[in-house]
Write a protein that binds this ligand. Structure first.
Ligand code: FES
Length: 112
């Protein structure tokens, strides 16, 4: 079913991928629609920290609490956050920065 919500574009320079993310949708849910291996999805509720990202450019909005066990206040000030807990309100560039960053980029050969 088509999602009619307005969307922003999310770009990941690490792999050159980009995907549309609906306003109100988490950056992780949009990323999952890339439909490939290595997407850093775990608990999807801010508890495991596997979806840690760094916002390089653009504006995000918080959709739920972000555990300080996974992102300190100092790290948050540097752009780090959890992709399952934030959405975007304008186009965003991000990098995958958690435990799965290597898995995310390893073996990636680019969009078909
Ligand atoms: S998927 Fe577990 S914190 Fe985001």
């Amino acid at each position: 079913m088509y999602d009619f919500r307005p969307k922003v574009q999310v770009t990941i320079p690490q792999t050159g991928e980009s995907y549309p993310c609906a306003i109100g949708e988490s950056l992780l849910m949009g990323m999952l629609k890339l439909g490939r291996k290595g997407i850093p999805a775990g608990c999807v509720n801010g508890g495991c920290g596997v979806c840690r990202i760094r916002i390089l450019e653009g504006k995000i909005n918080q959709l739920g609490p972000i555990s300080r066990a996974h992102v300190s206040a100092a790290e948050e000030a540097q752009g780090y956050t959890l992709a399952c807990r934030v959405g975007a309100t304008q186009n965003v560039r991000l990098e995958v920065a958690g435990k799965m960053a290597r898995t995310f980029t390893k073996g990636f050969v680019g969009p078909a």
